[in-house]
Ligand binder design. Structure first.
Ligand code: C2O
Length: 535
């Protein structure tokens, strides 16, 4: 195994998009940031030096960081931020994982511009369990705001509804020619006729689930969230913020220029956000004067297509890559997702935007939860997060107002080492329904079931897929529906669990799991590195 070293200089740079230049926070002056390359088993050292006037923290999204939450990155969960002028080395091993993941700022809304890909190749001599691609490309889907992202964040947290839509969607940081002044800001991927191309697609958008398609070309899905899947062919795919999808694309059409496009799968009613980002799938030797063709993207709100797409995702579950789904559950959790305006006597209009799990809206601590746990600092968090909602109700029935007295607190769940957990996430109709991509740090989980309406504990578990369910780190909870996940709590530490829509995270749609140390000396949280940023 090799040691891979990277230097990340956090610096502000002027970048122009949509006819305006504005200063943005970048890594090494690049937008999107550099790709981290590693092989399974490598050790990676990323020295992050903060030259900007913002606090910074970087998360390596999807890396399990076994016993090593210190390198996970979410601000105030596993570390305090890296302050201006300071550095911190994220030091981690890439063990038992290969595929496409990504990294992003994990503080405020800075991930709007501070993000990049992580490409982990299999060990030397281990082939992919799918046809070897001739070429490959990283495709980062994102969003662009004309306004300062901090201002957008403030507006989101204070005013909220209608959501702070971005002014453009982007592919590798570029909106493409359907946007004003964006002819120059168009990403092109060169392809070769007859060759197979691996696209490593990452949704780094802040607030949008996206559909993605390539005109005239079908895609074969081979991996999601750095886990191999059973292959299937599709015209379009759905990808939520936080998720990654690897597809093979054969350049088997008349040589030309074809648009790749991404557009929101937006199921909040108003305003409809249907802005389309485009990039070019360009056959070698074809001149830029050829006008590309747009692909057919699914219609916004096509939730039956969204469900049927998710249904096709299955773990490869081969002898070499078995799906070890926990069959017996030690701890059953049931979390309702609440979103809406709650009464707040001291706020303007007497209400405030709140998002909650089991009616608890998470309050960010001032000390990292992992530090508080490791050093036994009292009063930072409570481990009394309830296993189920305070009162059962018709979750997806008529909008409720009775259950809006959301509590606030830094409350998390304590899980014994190596116990198996089933968590059902239930969307509710408290004012608005929306699909939510939930992300668990430190783990992958198996998505054993998903459905529309209220979860039925008497009937639905019988329909679970316990053989080859998709294994991932981020999963969508369908609008007005539920998702059931299972995982084995074998990674000690404090692990953030949140909606990956930044707007919702900001409103409190988050909590954490404290997984206790195991009995073995190699089953405990590692000691913190010396340069861990102080609080
Ligand atoms: Cu990609 Cu906690 O995030």
């Amino acid at each position: 195994a090799a040691v891979k070293k990277y230097q990340f200089d956090i610096q502000v740079k002027n970048v122009s998009r949509l006819c305006h230049a504005k200063p943005i926070v970048t890594v090494n002056g690049r937008f999107p940031g550099p790709t981290i390359y590693a092989k399974e088993g490598d050790r990676v050292l990323v020295n992050v030096t903060n030259h900007a006037q913002y606090n910074m923290s970087i998360h390596w999204h999807g890396l399990k960081q076994y016993r090593n939450g210190w390198a996970d990155g979410p601000a105030y969960i596993t570390q305090c931020p890296i302050q201006t002028g300071n550095s911190y080395v994220y030091d981690f091993n890439v063990t038992g994982q290969r595929g496409t993941l990504w990294w992003h700022a994990h503080i405020f809304w800075l991930r709007a511009t501070v993000y990049g890909a992580i490409v982990i190749m299999p060990k030397q001599g281990t082939p992919f369990p799918f046809p070897q691609p001739d070429r490959e490309e990283v495709i980062l889907l994102g969003e662009w705001w004309k306004a300062d992202v901090e201002e957008v964040e403030k507006q989101g947290n204070n005013l909220g509804i209608p959501p702070n839509m971005s002014d453009a969607h982007t592919i590798n940081g570029k909106p493409g020619p359907l946007f004003p002044c964006s002819e120059k800001h168009t990403f092109a991927m060169e392809v070769e006729r007859g060759k197979t191309h691996l696209l490593r697609i990452i949704n780094s958008a802040l607030n949008d689930d996206l559909f993605f398609a390539i005109a005239n070309h079908s895609m074969t899905v081979v991996e999601i969230d750095a886990v191999y899947t059973k292959q299937f062919s599709t015209q379009s795919l759905l990808i939520a913020p936080g998720q990654t999808t690897n597809v093979l694309v054969r350049a088997n059409q008349i040589p030309g220029r074809y648009f790749m496009a991404a557009r929101p799968f937006m199921d909040v009613p108003i305003p409809v956000d249907n802005k389309t980002a485009t990039a070019i799938f360009q056959y070698k030797g074809i001149p830029n004067t050829v006008i590309p063709k747009l692909p057919n993207l699914p219609a916004p709100n096509d939730s039956s297509l969204a469900l049927s797409y998710q249904d096709k995702l299955k773990s490869l579950n081969s002898a070499q890559y078995p799906a070890n789904v926990p069959l017996k559950v030690d701890r059953n959790l049931f979390y309702t997702i609440g979103l809406g305006r709650n009464s707040c006597p001291f706020c303007v209009n007497g209400t405030r935007l709140t998002a909650s799990l089991n009616n608890i809206s998470f309050v960010m601590p001032r000390v990292g939860l992992l530090q508080a746990h490791y050093f036994d600092i009292k009063g930072v968090f409570k481990t009394d997060f309830p296993d189920k909602p305070p009162t059962p109700f018709n979750y997806t029935g008529a909008p409720l107002t009775a259950n809006l007295r959301t509590a606030r607190g830094t409350r998390i769940s304590k899980i014994p080492f190596n116990s198996t957990v089933e968590l059902v996430l239930q969307d509710t109709n408290l004012l608005s329904v929306e699909s939510h991509p939930f992300h668990l740090h430190g783990y992958n989980f198996f998505v054993v079931g998903m459905g529309i309406g209220n979860f039925n504990p008497a009937k639905d578990p019988a329909k679970y897929n316990l053989v080859d369910p998709p294994e991932r780190n981020t999963v969508g909870v369908p609008t007005g529906g539920w998702t059931a996940i299972r995982f084995r709590a074998d990674n000690p530490g404090v692990w953030f669990f949140h909606c990956h829509l930044e707007l919702h995270t900001g409103w409190g749609l988050k909590t954490a799991f404290l997984v206790e140390d195991g009995p073995g000396s190699n089953q405990t949280v590692l000691p913190p590195p010396k340069d861990l940023p102080p609080c």
